[in-house]
Every structure is written in structure tokens, then in C-alpha cells.
Write a protein that binds this ligand. Structure first.
Ligand SMILES: [Zn+2]
Length: 105
């Protein structure tokens, strides 16, 4: 690694250093996608859904949620609790769904 550090230091004095930075910024702009985890903080079981910040469903699979009266939820495979799914309108005016809270089974 010592020789690599030397190369970076010499590049930082030239024009190539500027192009090295822009790729990093582009990666930062992508949405952060996580596996949905059970909202019970004592469980945090992994669920088969992808979410972005705020537990918004990245692929809207809300139609696969179980229905109980007015409530829609994803059952946790680990603790069996209910991860409640609610509809909302995102900042582009589209209908989306997010997991908002946990209810014990
Ligand atoms: Zn759970």
C-alpha cells in the first residue's frame, strides 16, 4: 500500500485528481436500498422486501401484504409480528407504500 499512497499524492498535484472525485459523488446520489427488517427492535428479522429510506417499499409489493380489516401488514417470519403497511403520496405525487409500525401478533 505504501507505493500506492505515493502515486495518489503525486496525482493530487495534477488535473487527474479532479476526475477522481466526480465518480464518488454520482454513487452517493443513488437511492439507498436496504432489506426490510422487522420493526420490533428486539427482533429485526429480515424480510423479503427491499426498502429505501423511511421503510418505503422500493418495489411496491404492498399487494402481497396480508389484510385484516382496514389493516395491511407483512408478517415477520422470525417473530410472527405484524409490520403494518400504509399508503402515502410521495414527493412526486405518486402513490407508494411504506412500513410504518409494528404490532405484536
Ligand atoms: Zn419480527
Amino acid at each position: 500500500m505504501a507505493s500506492e499512497t505515493g502515486a495518489v499524492l503525486s496525482l493530487s498535484r495534477g488535473p487527474l485528481a479532479a476526475t477522481g472525485g466526480s465518480g464518488y459523488e454520482r454513487r452517493m446520489a443513488l437511492p439507498k436500498i436496504d432489506v426490510l427488517r422487522c420493526l420490533d427492535e428486539n427482533c429485526q428479522g429480515m424480510m423479503a422486501y427491499e426498502v429505501t429510506e423511511g421503510n418505503v417499499l422500493y418495489v411496491d409489493l404492498a399487494y402481497t401484504a396480508r389484510v385484516d380489516g382496514d389493516t395491511r401488514y407483512f408478517p415477520c417470519p422470525k417473530c410472527g409480528g405484524r409490520n403494518i403497511v400504509e399508503e402515502f403520496t410521495d414527493d412526486k405525487g405518486r402513490t407508494a407504500h411504506r412500513v410504518t409500525r409494528f404490532a405484536a401478533a
